[in-house]
Every structure is written in C-alpha cells, then in structure tokens.
Ligand binder design. Structure first.
Ligand code: 5GP
Ligand code: ZN
Length: 115
C-alpha cells in the first residue's frame, strides 16, 4: 500500500466509499463526482500507479477487471443500452488520482470524440 494514496486508503477501508463490489483482487465503488447517471470506479487493491506500470504478471488482473466491469454493467442496468469503460493515463489523458482505475459510465448516451 502507498501510504499517501487515496485509492489505497479506499481499498483498505481507511477512507470510506460506497462500495459496490470487492474481492481479493479488486474493489469497485461510486465515483464521488459522477459524470453520468451511473459512474463507478474499479481499482486493483494493489497500488499500481498507471497503465504504463502494468507488467506481464498483471495480465490476469486486467482481464479480471474487465469481467468485473461487465458484471457491474449488468447489475446496474447499463449493459444492454451500452456503457463506457475508461482509463485515463497520465496528465494529458486526464489522470488525477495516481492509482490505476477504470471508470464505468452509463445511463446516458456517450459522445464521441470524448472531451
Ligand atoms: P481520473 O481523472 O484520475 O481518471 O479519475 C479520478 C476519479 O476519482 C474522478 O472521477 C473523481 O471524481 C474520483 N474521486 C476523487 N476523489 C474521490 C474520493 O475521495 N472518493 C471517490 N469515491 N471518488 C473520488
Ligand atoms: Zn494506491
């Protein structure tokens, strides 16, 4: 755990969040500033700074995150209409929290190109 990391603290329970899913590898919770009617964040429990820090050992973890996203999309009723699964990487990509996370957004029509 990175002691100064917000999402490590959410994963450990030190900082509260509205959890919607957890297992040994990942935690999912509601984004505090939702950008869509449904806006969840899915994070690995282990501190990984960005997508660029993933290694070969993390391949099954990333696959697992996608499967959890699909499960949550169904559970939150956004699977059939459609949703967006987004990872922002580094500053120009819009990353502001330096612990790998995936945004699951749905409940409205998404625009393209993204902002
Ligand atoms: P990023 O821009 O790094 O991809 O996304 C970070 C996300 O974390 C943002 O959507 C922001 O609203 C969310 N966030 C920041 N602080 C907190 C917090 O304390 N609790 C929760 N649940 N979400 C947070
Ligand atoms: Zn962390």
């Amino acid at each position: 755990m990175a002691t100064d990391c917000l999402f490590c603290k959410i994963a450990s329970g030190e900082i509260p969040a509205t959890l919607v899913y957890e297992d040994e590898q990942v935690v999912a919770f509601h984004d505090i500033e939702p950008q869509a009617p449904q806006h969840l964040l899915i994070i690995p429990r282990r501190h990984i700074r960005t997508t660029l820090d993933l290694t070969a050992q993390d391949e099954s973890l990333v696959g697992h995150i996608y499967r959890v996203a699909a499960k949550l999309a169904r559970q939150f009723g956004i699977a059939d209409d459609g949703f967006r699964l987004v990872n922002n990487c580094n500053e120009a990509g819009g990353q502001v929290v330096w612990h790998l996370h995936f945004h699951l957004l749905g409940g409205r029509r998404m625009t393209w190109p993204p902002g």
